[in-house]
Design a protein around this ligand. Structure first.
Ligand SMILES: [Fe+2]
Length: 274
């Protein structure tokens, strides 16, 4: 199955609209993203509702706890849980972030940056191949927002993620908001980032809002997508062509109808911008 067009993150408070009888309420929503950790080893009503959504819509799985960049061994228990969930959900795609979150067994629940070196490329690519072996599926890595860089960095971020995904034979989830945030925070060109990403590997795009604090931006996912991010999205699809796109909203979550309207706006922009 391939992923079509436009999606939203699945939120339990929106189950009534999504699973109700009024097709208008999901008009223009082609698929949903679930947060993998919310459904690993989970049963009962949340799982039943999610699987009811799965009967009507394609699902992608998106994780935050794989810690692909960590020097701890990969958490096989987590991976087996992820694999069991994937067997049940049969997602169109499975992704997590190019970052580290765990050290000495402690999950910091933050998507922390990696030194962008050849050594890290080899390290992460090896681990992605291990993940793909366990899952028996192609894996997708997402660029994160970052706030610090390392003196050891040997390459730009777009080179880093491209090299890892080429070495590991995996795909890229391009978060356009994260490119915008990191470009502003570190003073690099977002246009150069887009130009440096191998088109064939990009399988999904994320859009989100952020918090602009004047001299730095925090990636908060708590607001509508700002115009500057939408402008960068237009440039992204002009270069990459049509890529399945979703809105991430993780805080200040509005009524479902508001997100559907925002997604319909993204669709109009995409159709006008290509
Ligand atoms: Fe994202």
């Amino acid at each position: 199955m391939t992923l079509e067009d436009f999606g939203l993150g699945l939120r339990s408070q929106h189950f009534p609209e999504i699973l109700g009888d009024d097709p208008i309420s999901t008009d223009g929503v082609d698929w949903f993203q679930i947060l993998s950790e919310n459904f690993i080893d989970v049963g009962g009503p949340p799982m039943r509702s999610m699987m009811a959504v799965r009967e009507r819509f394609p699902i992608v799985m998106h994780g935050v706890s794989m810690s692909i960049g960590s020097t701890d061994l990969l958490d096989m228990e987590y991976l087996q849980g992820l694999n069991a969930l994937a067997d049940k959900v049969q997602p169109v795609q499975i992704s997590d972030h190019l970052c580290w979150t765990v050290a000495h067994g402690v999950n910091m629940h933050d998507l922390l940056p990696l030194p962008m070196t050849e050594e890290t490329v080899d390290h992460v690519a090896t681990r992605v191949r291990q993940v793909q072996d366990v899952l028996g599926r192609r894996f997708i890595l997402e660029n994160t927002s970052t706030y610090v860089t390392f003196e050891e960095d040997e390459m730009m971020e777009w080179e880093f993620i491209s090299e890892i995904c080429a070495c590991a034979d995996c795909d890229i989830l391009l978060d356009v908001n994260n490119i915008y945030v990191s470009a502003f925070n570190h003073g690099f060109s977002a246009d150069a980032y887009l130009a440096g990403i191998p088109k064939a590997l990009v399988k999904q795009i994320h859009l989100a809002g952020h918090e602009h604090n004047g001299d730095h931006i925090i990636d908060t996912h708590d607001a509508p997508i700002p115009k500057d991010v939408l402008d960068l999205y237009v440039k992204a699809i002009q270069r990459l062509g049509h890529i399945p796109t979703m809105i991430e909203r993780d805080a200040n979550i509005p009524p479902f109808a508001e997100l559907v309207r925002e997604l319909q706006g993204v669709r109009s922009i995409a159709e006008g911008g290509q």
